[in-house]
Design a binder for this molecule. Sequence first.
Ligand code: FNR
Length: 622
Amino acid sequence: MAQFGEQLTTDIRAVIADRAVRSVFQPIVELDSGRVVAYEALARGPEGPFEAPDALFAAARDAGCLTELDQACRAAALRGAVSQGLLAPATVFVNVEPEVLDDAPVAALFDPELPVPGDLRVVLEITERALAARPAELLRTVERVREFGWAIALDDVGAESLSLAFMPLLRPDVVKLDLRLVQERPGPAIAEIMNAVNAYAESTGAFVLAEGIENGTHLTMARALGATLGQGWLFGRPGPGAASGARPGTLRLPAVQPAAPRGELVSPFACLPARVPVREAPKALLIELSKQLERQALRLGETCVVTSTFQEARHVTPATRLRYRDLVERVGFVAALGEGLPVEPMPGLRGADLAPGDPVRGEWDVVVLSPHFSAALLARDLGDDGPDLARRFAFALTYERDTVVRAARALLSRVAPSTGQRASTEDGDVSAVPAGVVSLLTGRSAGDPGEALLHRALAAVGTGVTIVDLRLPDQPLVYVNPAFERLAGQPAAELLGRNCRFLQDTDTDPAAVGRIRAAIAAGAECREVLLNRRADGSSWWNECTLTPVTDETGAVVQYIGIQADVTDQVETERALLTERDRVRRYAARIAELDPRVTVPVSLPSPADGPHASTDSPGARRA
Ligand code: FNR
């Protein structure tokens, strides 16, 4: 087996060394005119086991030579385009494998020996994943690519919400919609994507290109989504060169202008145009302004990017950490910079230590950018040495999109490459929905637009939602939504990692608790109403509906809890029962005094209601 693996490694390396990778070209059509204005180059291996691109890339990944293969594919694309005469006015779209940008120097994109004649028009396709992994490097690369005269396409838009968040930062000339958008039934996720893409295209003139158009219905949908360019089997399958019989046309790229001055590492404060008024404020006001922007970002969710600076690591207080943990959980990309801040100050939060002499060390910046909202608090320390909260800053609050984009790029240009670790549930840092939970619950894959939607829905819903992991000692909470935080009267940080029983009190019905324990032991669903108590001493009747979640082997690994405050209902029922008892007592008394009198009492008997007794108002089982 090992020998077989070694053989494959040798083979894939030979494929690369022998330049055996070739390109096929799929037409890209202007939807209005039906003219073929461009081709996307798609890699193919030599005839045999590596012919299909999936097999080719999988073998290179296993052999650790993905970067070399990626470069070979681009070289084959450019050589093929030249030899097939796909020169101006045609344009050729070439790809970069996202994983390559995860850990290879961007220089690998450009092979100095590649023949790139002046009349070869190239659009480089990148995904948002590359920007998330190595923001500083990718932004520089995009500049270099543009200097080179090539244009940029953002690929697979809609597959991940983050692509919408990064769109204004990358400023692609072409937005390529993921094929699911034209092929699947429209839902809220598609509406969100369309809203963001149309806004971006309207303000920049960028083209929208729909992929996966295979029939007339897809074409109608592509147009409805705002696409003016299309690609898919309806227009032609990939072939060795120009599509036969195609009417050629010209793709007049909009030349989307970069939003930032090139090269220099400017500071966000320096991005402020002269017309934006700069005022003075004490630190106490900046704290509140920052929190307000953070709250706005929380509402914007997955399509939002937040970048902040903290001067020094000591300013990231425990309270700030809690707020940033919420941001990391709900916002697409969050970065924090400051002197002494690590590459990943907490799971999922991207960071960087600011170099000595970097002007950003003297700044307090909070930049919030999403498809429809942009705001930045940009402040510079005036160097006071009085009480900390009275320290003054020169500051501006701006909502001008271009300035905010420039400020965000200035900070992202300093963010360190990703360590490759996702937000973990170690060290009690478990505020995010644990990786895989959503996919476990819904059967959706990570990055599915529906996953982001579900995540947001859980955050917005008014009923408490919790997830408990049975694989961890004492069945702790690994997820709580904001409604549960409100119910329990404590922030997520205090709740996560604990078994819910700490909410119970001496008055909580032990029989109901016992039924929950038995249901969990049996992996069964259950519903009970329990008296719970908050840290401040107040109590509430908590209707808990607990549903088991199984893994692919059918083993129960987690429980989802839906917790509703039914205090009003329980109290009304108790009052009703008390009233009934009182009336019954009177009736009995009257009957005692005069046996000829009967008093009809039409109040519900205990057995009619959902609750078996006043002591245990919730003995309801699903
Ligand atoms: C619970 N439990 C629970 N208990 C409670 O008093 N208030 C609550 O909100 C919840 N929520 C909750 C959610 C989920 C998903 C699970 C699995 C359980 C019940 C609690 O954690 C525990 O299972 C019961 O107290 C029975 O176990 P013990 O205490 O007898 O070990």
